[in-house]
Design a protein around this ligand. Structure first.
Ligand SMILES: Nc1nc2c(c(=O)[nH]1)N[C@H]1C(S)=C(S)[C@@H](COP(=O)(O)OP(=O)(O)OC[C@H]3O[C@@H](n4cnc5c(=O)[nH]c(N)nc54)[C@H](O)[C@@H]3O)O[C@H]1N2
Ligand SMILES: Nc1nc2c(c(=O)[nH]1)N[C@H]1C(S)=C(S)[C@@H](COP(=O)(O)OP(=O)(O)OC[C@H]3O[C@@H](n4cnc5c(=O)[nH]c(N)nc54)[C@H](O)[C@@H]3O)O[C@H]1N2
Ligand code: SF4
Ligand SMILES: [Mo]
Length: 699
């Protein structure tokens, strides 16, 4: 456990970010919140947070914050609302939900949520609510599914070496993630290793990101070709006797088959697929093979492709060939989800869950709301929604369908929000939500290993209420079964969860602030065996039945999974460019936004400037496009309008658009997700945000 003291005020960053930073909160004399700082006492946060959260007061005291419940008076989406009281709003919602339930059945109501707050009380109480009423479930597919499935297919468990060990590595491979923007603490520990041990930093991405600018070696490859690179690296490791054969024999399922399979995966073959030079591939493979303490930090970005699960599994396989797992500062890390054994039964009430209720795919919301029968899983149409912590009209794929769905006159939509997002604009009832410094919660770090308390620090303005309040009040009005979870405060939930999980009490955590749950070295490095029953790393997953932390309720594999390669290989499943769509678009994150959060802040918008598509100057010229031109970008899903910018560090045929800008920041109000497809990625679903074929022409 970490040594820690209690500063004047502290909390935890609630945003959807692997870092989950421990925060020190400056309180000004007028009682307002000043700057937020990373706790120097927390060994993962190590005193560093991102700029957007450091200036959080801008979001907390933003003039556009929602402060009053609102009822729609104009047409759907027109933006005309009138203020009503909380009681009137909750009564109205309850009446509507009961009427809809009576007419169309409970499953026609779909509570929809995501990780706008990662606090387990405020985020996950919606499950208790839905189970209590038999409302439709949500299959969470939008973010982690491909990455987790691919990693766990190899390791059998969503865990890995202590992420702080990066600081004692001799080489760090940052693959398919842009931590300077998306999880800044990775850089803290990587730079420590460079300063103290001369560690090399290798970055693999599809354009020269801010992270790559800080790297010793940067590989810019074609999107969706990471498995080819991985195979060539492993080919070289076997070829040059850099594979650890003892380790392979002891810890992996089929090393001889893998070696034979990789014979044809030469660097020349991979160069043709990835667009890299043979020399670059040889160099990186040699470094990976020769430096025992190599730490792979595998991100989400490279898994947001239709072959992303295979890409993740292939990259993770490299560590099982070198055996870097055996060393401190070595191994392959993606996420620590499985180290937290928390009893969430009071929050989620699984005892009230009816296993026959359908789980609608979060990413398919556009198809679901427009009546696609397959997406509705044979059940009734969705007639009402309660939305918390997410902004689907901006962030989900197939935006044209999503907008069409939310515009339905016969859909009753309740949005509980901090800001008037695109989704709130489409609502019948808008409820104002507290921000994290105004409510209590408990957080777990996916990219690190602490369980952290995020207590309420300030009294918020009058008006906004926490998620828990809305759910408990609605449950009462809707005649939900009497469950103790509906009568508890957030602090009581936290205390209950801690005590029932064997992690002490709330009172104790208020002193210690966080608990370090990193398992011991042997466990973390899988030296007692990997997570599968046979204890081995699996080079050959059984894709139709592979272990995965999150599967659709049917348990059935989805998408074109039957053609997934049996062993790591380049899989031809991406949305390929063609004559009509010569470019492949990657919608990478912006540093100053977090998904669509923070895109309401003035400073963030200033830094990011405007929605742009970056492309190679030569390619732009072929299409008659100059730097700064307004262009149209489109495919069969829709057309958007934004500015072109020349960028030299891309592979031919690739274009980048950073950030989820507000839809209305685009010339015609159509956001970037107008272009992205929602077809489920094999084998267990997910959205391929970085895998979209498009055309571009001058507007
Ligand atoms: N500033 C900021 N921080 C964020 C977010 C944000 O939007 N902005 N989002 C948050 C959320 S919800 C999440 S899940 C995490 C995600 O954080 P990351 O794990 O970093 O994943 P992504 O943001 O999807 O993409 C990261 C990188 O993957 C690259 N990439 C795309 N396709 C490929 C490919 O085929 N191969 C390779 N090698 N690279 C590829 C992109 O160019 C991008 O630089 O970040 C969180 N933090
Ligand atoms: N083009 C493209 N689209 C993407 C991605 C991409 O890389 N490219 N990334 C995808 C990924 S990885 C993800 S995870 C999704 C995320 O997408 P979302 O889950 O929609 O995340 P945000 O856009 O941050 O929206 C979260 C909302 O929750 C609200 N909120 C925050 N805290 C609270 C609270 O306590 N109570 C209530 N009621 N509301 C709260 C915020 O104000 C904000 O509007 O986006 C996906 N969309
Ligand atoms: S790096 Fe991530 S967790 Fe840390 S403060 Fe920024 S958004 Fe929050
Ligand atoms: Mo995400």
């Amino acid at each position: 456990m970490n040594k820690s003291v209690k500063p004047a005020a502290f909390s935890t960053c609630p945003h959807d970010c692997p870092s989950v930073c421990a925060l020190d909160v400056e309180l000004l004399e007028d009682g307002k919140v000043g700057r937020l700082r990373g706790s120097a006492l927390n060994t993962y946060t190590a005193g560093v947070i991102c700029a957007k959260v450091a200036r959080y007061s801008e979001r907390l005291y933003h003039q556009d914050r929602l402060l009053k419940p609102l009822r729609r008076v104009g047409a759907k989406g027109e933006g005309r609302f009138e203020e009503i009281s909380w009681d009137a709003a909750l009564d109205l919602i309850a009446t509507k939900f009961l009427d809809i339930e009576a007419e169309f059945g409970a499953q026609s109501i779909w509570p929809y949520h995501y990780a706008g707050t990662m606090g387990m009380v405020q985020r996950d109480s919606i499950h208790r609510f839905r189970h209590a009423k038999g409302y439709s479930l949500q299959f969470d597919s939008i973010c982690t599914n491909m990455a987790w499935t691919g990693y766990v297919a190899g390791t059998g468990k969503l865990a890995g070496p202590d992420p702080r060990e990066m600081a004692v590595s001799d080489q760090i491979v940052i693959w398919g993630t842009n931590p300077v923007a998306t999880q800044v603490n990775v850089m803290t520990h990587a730079i420590t290793a460079r300063k103290k041990r001369g560690a090399k930093i290798i970055v693999i991405d599809v354009y020269r990101t801010e992270t790559m600018k800080q790297a010793d070696i940067g590989l810019v490859l074609r999107p969706g070709t990471d498995a080819a690179l991985s195979c060539a690296i492993m080919h070289i490791l076997f070829r040059d006797d850099l594979a650890d054969r003892d380790y392979l024999a002891k810890f992996t399922d089929c090393p001889l088959e893998l070696e034979a399979h990789l014979k044809s995966k030469t660097p020349e073959w991979a160069a043709a697929v990835t667009g890299l030079d043979v020399a670059q591939i040889e160099e990186v493979a040699r470094l990976i093979g020769q430096v025992p303490r190599t730490f792979f930090r595998l991100g989400y970005g490279f898994t947001r492709s239709r072959n992303g699960v295979v890409g993740m599994h292939a990259a993770a396989s490299i560590g099982a060939v070198t055996g870097c797992w055996q060393h401190e500062g070595g191994g392959v890390f993606h996420n620590n989800g499985a180290i937290y054994e928390l009893d969430k039964s009071m929050i989620e009430a699984p005892d009230l869950k009816d296993p026959s209720v359908r789980a609608l795919d979060q990413s398919l919301i556009g198809r679901i709301l427009t009546g696609d029968e397959a997406a509705l899983l044979g059940g009734p149409p969705v007639k009402a929604m309660l939305i918390q912590n997410t902004n689907p009209v901006s962030v989900t794929p197939e935006q044209e369908l999503v907008k069409k769905g939310f515009a339905r006159e016969d859909l009753f939509t309740v949005v509980h929000e901090q800001f008037m997002t695109e989704t709130a604009q489409m609502a019948d009832i808008v409820l104002p939500a507290t921000q994290f410094l105004e409510h209590d919660d408990l957080y777990k770090g996916g990219g690190q290993q602490h369980l952290l308390l995020g207590p309420k620090v300030v009294e918020g303005p009058e008006g906004p209420k926490e998620n828990l309040y809305v759910l408990n009040e609605l449950a009462r009005r809707l005649g939900a079964p009497d469950h103790p979870g509906f009568k508890m405060t957030a602090r009581e939930h936290i205390d209950w969860m801690l005590q029932h999980s064997g992690y002490g009490t709330l009172e104790e955590l208020e002193t210690t602030r966080w608990i370090d749950l990193q398992p011991d070295f042997e466990t973390s490095h899988f030296l007692n065996g990997f997570g599968h029953e046979d204890g081995k790393f699996h080079f050959r997953p059984d894709w139709g039945r592979s272990a995965a932390p999150n599967k659709p309720a049917s348990g059935q594999a989805m998408g074109p999974w039957t053609t997934m390669p049996e062993l790591p290989d380049q899989w031809d499943a991406i949305e390929a460019a063609d004559d009509r769509h010569p470019f492949r678009l990657v919608t990478a994150p912006a540093r100053s936004f977090l998904n669509s959060s923070f895109n309401e802040t003035e400073s963030g918008r200033k830094k990011e400037k405007r929605p742009e598509v970056w492309l190679l100057p030569d390619e732009a010229a072929l299409h008659g496009i100059s730097d700064g031109d307004l262009v149209k970008m489109g495919n069969d899903r829709g057309i958007i309008t934004l500015h072109a910018r020349f960028y030299e560090h891309l592979t031919p045929g690739t274009v980048i658009s950073e950030g989820i800008w507000p839809n209305d920041a685009f010339v015609d109000g159509k956001g970037i997700n107008t272009l992205v497809g929602a077809d489920p990625v094999a084998p267990y679903g997910g959205a391929a945000f970085h895998d979209t074929a498009v055309w571009i022409r001058k507007a």
